[in-house]
Design a protein around this ligand. Sequence first.
Ligand code: MN
Length: 205
Amino acid sequence: MIFKLPKLEYSFDALEPFIDKETMEVHYLKHHQGYIDKLNLIVQKDASLEGVTAEYMLANLDSINSEIRPSIVNFAGGHVNHSFFWKIMTPEQTSPGELTERMLKSKWGSTALFLEEFGKKALGVFGSGWAWLVALNNQFDITTTSNQVSPLSLGQTPILGIDVWEHAYYLKYQNRRDEYIKAWENVINWSSVEANIQRIERGPP
Ligand code: MN
């Protein structure tokens, strides 16, 4: 399987002023493509990975040859995390759906309180990584991962996630990660979040 960049559903400048055009361009075309190129190089050299999806690799790291396992964590992780990230953002104005609101309210008190807690966790990631809203056994939680570790490798299903690597915000926000996180809340694709929760509640196909 040759991995490729997923189609971006909006233009590079569509998330302005919250996420700037130049950051989107470099992030998608250089960083995400870089993970894909490295993933393809590894997969081409290992016949056991022929036809295996990146998601399957991440959810089954034990089945990966231990010599290349750290690279799979980094590059399959980078590919899958970014593919998820592009879809969890939108230039369209969306608001939390019924399931989302009910879940966030019962677990965190309100959507605003959830965002506050999520933002704190994202701000607290030391160095490069991600903050996530995940589901594990129908329980919802806010987690963080370092570098490109995927929630899929921890048995969790991502519902929402923010990239807090400096490459995600440095051109516009420099060291002001807090401003980036606040701005990013304006481009959350709540319709995708709702669909992700629906999928969890329906259970595995
Ligand atoms: Mn990134």
